[in-house]
Design a protein around this ligand. Structure first.
Ligand SMILES: *Cc1c(COP(=O)(O)O)cnc(C)c1O
Length: 235
């Protein structure tokens, strides 16, 4: 089931790339496996899927430990500073959600301790929603300049979680994200590679691709819904 779902989403990603005149390899499809059992992840690995997204440190660490191999794990949730130590030095390929200088500094300290570098995205709260993490667009430059001074961070771009549901309404937010990414890239800060735009989920990933997303994060359309308390075997 998840294999068929994934193939269908992959087909839609490819079609969206084609419509946008983009090459398929410009966009990474991350399968958001949060709350889902490891068996579903293994089923996708059988067909070659390697990019998986999780939003809870504890769940991600358990899955990384239980499922060794060459998966690229993406941390996409809110990150508390006291949990940074579990991600830095782990196989996490990209932390999508750096949204404060304090968090960036905590990552720097832990990375120094472990002599590693950490690829990250800066999270932007593009719609200014109270409930969401991320800095406001007008604060992005300040965060970038301060984080860029931390030599253990590899800043790769920006991430946002657009408001739920309204696909066309989000087009404008995606455009603003792209403009912001380009503006920050033009600063040409040393060590900063402002290339990635992580945006677009089940309801709006095609619009996001049309507007320049380089990473889309799709959960529900691949793994099914995540009703709270729902037994995972139903998924
Ligand atoms: C859950 C989640 C997703 C996937 O959302 P769907 O609507 O299920 O595709 C993407 N990004 C983040 C940050 C998430 O927490």
């Amino acid at each position: 089931m998840v294999q068929e779902n994934y193939r269908e989403i992959e087909r839609r990603v490819a079609a969206a790339c084609e419509r946008a005149g983009r090459s398929r390899d410009e966009v990474t499809l991350v399968a958001v496996s949060k709350t889902k059992p490891e068996e579903r992840i293994r089923e996708l690995m059988e067909i070659g899927v390697r990019d998986f997204g999780e939003n809870k440190v504890q769940d991600l660490c358990r899955k990384m430990e239980d499922i060794p191999g060459d998966n690229r794990w993406h941390f996409i949730g809110g990150l508390q500073r006291n949990k940074v130590k579990y991600l830095v030095g782990s196989p996490v390929a990209l932390i999508h959600s750096v949204d404060s200088v304090k968090l960036a500094e905590a990552i720097q300290r832990e990375a120094e301790k472990k002599s590693v570098t950490v690829p990250v995205l800066l999270e932007i709260n593009i719609a200014g929603e109270e409930s969401k993490g991320g800095v406001r667009p007008e604060e992005a430059k300040e965060l970038l300049c301060q984080a860029a001074a931390l030599d253990r961070l590899r800043i790769r771009g920006l991430m946002t979680i657009a408001p739920p549901g309204v696909e066309e309404a989000n087009r404008n937010y995606f455009r603003q994200m792209r403009a912001l990414r380009d503006e920050l890239a033009a600063l040409s800060l040393p060590g900063v590679e402002m290339k990635e735009l992580s945006m677009g989920m089940t309801d709006d990933f095609e619009t996001a691709i049309a507007e320049g997303a380089t990473i889309v994060r799709v959960g529900t359309a691949i793994f099914g819904t995540r009703a709270p308390g729902e037994p995972e075997w139903k998924a």
